[in-house]
Design a protein around this ligand. Structure first.
Ligand code: C5P
Length: 232
């Protein structure tokens, strides 16, 4: 099923990070969960949501062949860059015909398709920028370079932001043409915020957590094992 009638939805999957925090030998997106590379799981989730017309995966230059061996036919694979911003920019350039972009980290490999379709539904209702958000459970403090606390942020006003982040395509292109690595952006919505445009949150999903550390990997593998045990 595609959604072209309401505008073409292209999902960009930045998967060109080295993922050193995970402590594995291969780049994070190619680490396997129950035998399947994370990037494949992320792409499968997007395709099974039924709301994505096309997927572009952005990988390190030396892993183009590995990516094409593990991804489904029809998925475009392009070379990423040194920073995440460079990788997403390469994805945008590879899909100039999009009306809506979703930007979805390969590291959020267990994201439920229902979250993906909720993001797109919100965009179809006229929002220009939509991000999934979860309440924060830790207390968040700012610190200086010596590790001294400089402030405590009000937890009730904080949210942990996930992907996929969804955007009107023209807005995201504008945000990326204004963006520079000096912005230090760690997500796409912050570039849209820099333009002064409104970004809307919707409820996120705990399963869309970013697999970043060895402990995250243990959790992800346990989630898959529990789901498989349920099926048997
Ligand atoms: O480093 P971080 O955890 O924020 O990376 C988020 C996502 O961006 C990951 O899926 C990673 O592969 C991707 N990335 C990228 N190109 C880079 C750096 C990160 O595609 N140069």
């Amino acid at each position: 099923m595609t959604s072209e009638a309401g505008g073409r939805v292209v999902a960009l999957v930045p998967a060109a990070g080295r993922g050193v925090r995970l402590g594995e030998s291969e780049p994070k997106a190619f680490v396997t969960l129950a035998g399947t590379p994370m990037v494949r799981l992320a792409v499968d989730g997007l395709l099974s949501s039924g709301v994505v017309d096309h997927v572009v995966v952005v990988v390190p230059p030396d892993l183009i062949d590995s990516a094409s061996a593990c991804l489904p036919d029809g998925v475009d694979i392009v070379e990423g860059g040194a920073e995440r911003i460079d990788s997403v920019r390469a994805g945008i350039a590879a899909a100039p015909d999009a009306d809506i972009y979703l930007v979805h980290d390969a590291a959020r490999a267990l994201t439920p398709p229902s979250l993906i379709s909720r993001v797109v539904a919100e965009l179809r209702c006229g929002r220009a920028a939509v991000v999934p958000a979860l309440d924060v459970t830790d207390t968040i403090k700012s610190v200086d370079i010596l590790g001294n606390v400089t402030g405590t942020l009000k937890r009730s006003e904080l949210r942990a932001i996930q992907t996929p982040q969804g955007f009107d395509a023209e807005l995201l292109r504008r945000a990326y043409s204004a963006a520079t690595p000096a912005d230090g952006a760690t997500d796409d919505a912050s570039l849209v915020e820099h333009l002064g445009e409104r970004v809307r949150t919707i409820p996120g999903d705990a399963l869309a957590f970013k697999i970043t550390t060895p402990l995250d990997l243990v959790l992800a593998r346990a989630v898959i094992a529990a789901a498989e045990a349920k099926v048997q």
